[in-house]
Design a binder for this molecule. Structure first.
Ligand SMILES: Cc1ncc(COP(=O)(O)O)c(C=O)c1O
Length: 400
């Protein structure tokens, strides 16, 4: 254990399991640990580092805004907030924006909006239908929304008003819809569950049901938004428009920012209903605006589609070589490799040794979410390191 890791163990709350790697520096797709070892980063801050580490455009934006205005409270108008909101509206199907600080907080805002909408338009309906194995964040209400007992049980009683039903099952949503329901909230692709892609028509069926019943459709695009799947937003691939959408992660490319957006018809919040001290501050808004503009102006979506495909093809070749790869799935640069056994941790450790950082959302599944600016050469380098890690872990477990 390095001294940093010993120091952490003494003072930091042990709320999660970390890899034994202490990162001190990043540039592009690469990061370095405190011993100077270089890694290729296919975790990307959990789908956050849209433009990679320390991208010059982001560094410039931070410098510019740090010299101009950090934060001035939402008692006043600030220009980067308005410009970012305009940019999001111009490039999505939504017309109103509220800027928050984290994905969970953006989702909380979306649910508050849905409850107010239920009061105004559905006689006080307040329940939100969400999916099992979803992930919507760690606040108390969002652990209720997140359909996973592991996140809920330690905090019971959890807030009422959320019904978790199987994903990719329209009948399950229909069965629990009542006069109390105000909204359905779903991820277009379930990220934390291990990159679960619903059937082609699922979101269309949900949209139709929401229209028929007068419910809001909230899409949590905290992980899928801002290009991750190869389109600006995931809803574009599903062929539906949400009434409300949440963003986070890749929106700021590494600075803490998130947002919820609504159609004009659903934007029922009025002065006094919601607020935030840090939400929408000039510093992060200027950076997020720079990130979104960069994605739009530099063919980044094209790159995501091309190199996402290259990565997936590479995994398929490895599947022929390593029989313990059960399934390869994903869209754009949100990809997963599922194994026949629970060997994610072994492969992860072997990958660290090879100089490749990976994420394991499930004991039998690895998730790949590198920066959206990854090059073909970096995809190939990552695949070569991954192949070496599979060989090492596979032979140690006698799977080869
Ligand atoms: C789909 C989705 N929603 C919400 C969140 C929570 O975001 P945050 O950790 O910024 O609160 C995440 C985080 O992984 C996510 O993947």
């Amino acid at each position: 254990m390095s001294t940093w890791q010993e120091r952490e163990a003494r003072v930091y709350m042990q709320t999660g399991r970390r890899q034994p790697v202490t990162l001190v520096k990043g540039q592009g797709l690469r990061v370095w640990d405190d011993a100077g070892k270089e890694y290729l980063d296919f975790v990307g801050g959990w789908a956050v580092n849209t433009l990679g580490h320390c991208h010059p455009a982001m560094v410039k934006a931070i410098e510019e805004q740090a010299r101009t205005l950090f934060l001035a409270s939402n008692q006043f108008y600030t220009t980067p907030q308005i410009e970012l909101a305009e940019l999001l509206v111009a490039n999505s199907c939504l017309q109103r924006v509220f800027i928050a600080n984290s994905g969970a907080e953006a989702n909380e805002g979306a649910v508050k909006l849905a409850r107010k909408w239920g009061k105004l338009h559905r006689k006080g309906a307040y329940e939100v239908i969400t999916a099992l194995n979803s992930f919507h964040g760690r606040t108390l209400a969002m652990v209720s929304a997140t359909g996973n007992p592991h996140y809920q049980e330690p905090y019971e009683p959890i807030p009422a008003g959320f019904l978790n039903v199987p994903y990719n099952d329209i009948e399950a949503i229909k069965r629990v819809t009542t006069h109390r329901t105000c909204a359905v909230m779903l991820e277009p692709v379930q990220g934390e569950a291990g990159v679960i892609i619903p059937a082609k028509d699922y979101l269309k069926q949900v949209r139709a049901w929401c229209d028929e019943q007068g419910l809001l459709l909230i899409l949590d695009e905290v992980q899928t938004g801002v290009g991750r799947l190869g389109t600006m937003f995931g809803y574009q691939q599903a062929g539906v428009e949400p009434d409300v959408m949440t963003l986070g992660k890749g929106l700021g490319g590494g600075v803490p920012i998130a947002a919820f957006l609504a159609k004009e018809s659903a934007a029922v919040l009025t002065p006094g209903d919601h607020g935030s001290t840090y939400g929408g501050n000039p510093l992060v808004c200027h950076v997020a605006k720079t990130v979104v503009q960069y994605v739009l102006a530099h063919n980044v979506l094209d790159n995501v589609r091309k190199n996402g495909e290259r990565l997936q093809q590479g995994f398929r070749k490895l599947q022929a070589e390593f029989p313990f790869i059960q399934e390869v799935r994903g869209r754009g640069l949100l990809q997963a490799v599922q194994f026949t056994q629970d060997i994610s941790a072994d492969v992860l450790t072997a990958a660290n040794q090879e100089g490749l950082l990976l994420n394991a959302p499930r004991p039998n599944t690895l998730r790949f979410m590198p920066p959206l600016v990854i090059s073909a050469a970096e995809v190939d380098e990552g695949l070569a390191k991954f192949s070496a890690a599979l060989a090492k872990a596979g032979s140690a477990r006698k799977l080869l």
